[in-house]
Design a protein around this ligand. Structure first.
Ligand code: ADP
Ligand code: MG
Length: 315
């Protein structure tokens, strides 16, 4: 019998070479514990190794790690530390359990002009408010992939919130990404910025549009999903590591296969469906009204509310 190899790091796992390990780490799966609790399909999708190889790696990782238990009470204590950013709408805050949470990804999806970006602008202002006013006393990293960031909207919303509009703008660190490469790099290199500037909210508006534009056709779908998966894992890792909130927007596509009900589905498929903690579906209603539906939440019932998009922001 050959002597069992000791497993200390990712590269010690069978089938995991330096390249695969680097991909895993970039996606936030940077410890044996995390490999042990990952799904083989997810690992395969993230790295391009086969599902069989991934199963083996997960199994070995499980055998080499000891489970760290946490009591329900300890976990509850941790939950109590979660921060929340108000959406400036009492009804919407109520729907999602008090506001947009830290350590989590909140996604809004919907058609053009449904209010996804406007909600982002509102959150970008509110995140700067003091904690007792519905904010997190932080700055905002805003990744604009569609060229729809509007400083004048920030100014109006800030003014209405009783803030100095110029200060509010100054606290938003804007990145205009025009390729998925830039979008991905922005998060990969964000650690220092987050710490130095006390970033408490990361907005990606939209998460999917560049991926959709760059990876066209059936043949590119696998690579697109893999890249998207890594990117969103990275976002979740930043949210956990720095106790910050993440808000992403997503487009919808028409799904002609659905005969009854609403024939629109969010882009990103399963990758996004599993990654976003809270999902909001936004729909246009009469005039300035928008219907927001809570589609998926770990701790709140499904439901709907109506918000208004006004010159002063969300109401
Ligand atoms: N200054 C404003 N005052 C009132 N409503 C506005 C203002 N600016 C934009 N809107 C509303 O927001 C809508 C666009 O919402 P937006 O969040 O940009 O959509 P999307 O879901 O495509 O990101 C516009 O159709 C308009 O109704
Ligand atoms: Mg938009």
């Amino acid at each position: 019998m050959p002597k069992e190899k000791a497993i200390h790091e990712l590269e010690d796992l069978p089938g995991i070479g330096p390249t695969t390990a680097t991909k895993l780490k970039a996606a936030g799966i940077d410890t044996l514990d995390k490999v042990a609790t990952a799904s083989p399909h997810e690992l395969a999708e993230l790295t391009g190794i086969s599902v069989e190889a991934a199963k083996k790696a997960v199994q070995v990782a499980q055998e080499s790690t000891t489970l760290a238990y946490e009591t329900g009470e300890q976990f509850y204590e941790k939950r109590m530390q979660i921060g929340k950013i108000s959406t400036n709408s009492k009804d919407l805050d109520g729907l999602i359990g008090g506001g947009v949470e830290t350590n989590a990804i909140t996604e809004s999806y919907g058609r053009f002009a449904s209010g996804k970006s406007q909600l982002g602008f509102q959150l970008a202002v509110d995140a700067q408010l003091p904690k007792n006013k519905g904010g997190l006393d932080g700055t905002v990293l805003f990744v604009d992939t569609e060229g729809t960031f509007r400083p004048e909207r920030i100014q109006s919303i800030a003014k209405a919130a009783g803030m100095d509009p110029e200060k509010a703008l100054g606290n938003i660190l804007l990145v205009r990404a025009i390729t998925t490469e830039q979008q991905i790099l922005t998060l990969d290199r964000a650690d220092k910025l987050i710490q130095e500037k006390n970033v408490k909210l990361i907005i990606i508006d939209s998460l999917t549009s560049l991926f959709r534009a760059e990876f066209v056709g059936r043949g590119a779908l696998g690579e697109r999903q893999q890249k998207l998966n890594q990117h969103i894992h990275r976002l979740q890792m930043l949210a956990d590591k720095y106790s910050l909130a993440a808000y992403i927007t997503n487009q919808v596509m028409d799904n002609p296969g659905i005969m009854f009900g609403d024939p629109t589905t969010p882009i990103g498929g399963n990758v996004l469906a599993h990654a976003a903690t809270t999902r909001l579906y936004m729909r246009k209603s009469k005039e300035e009204k928008r219907i927001v539906r809570l589609v998926d939440s770990p701790n709140m019932p499904e439901g709907e509310c109506v918000i208004k998009i006004t010159p002063d922001g969300i109401a």
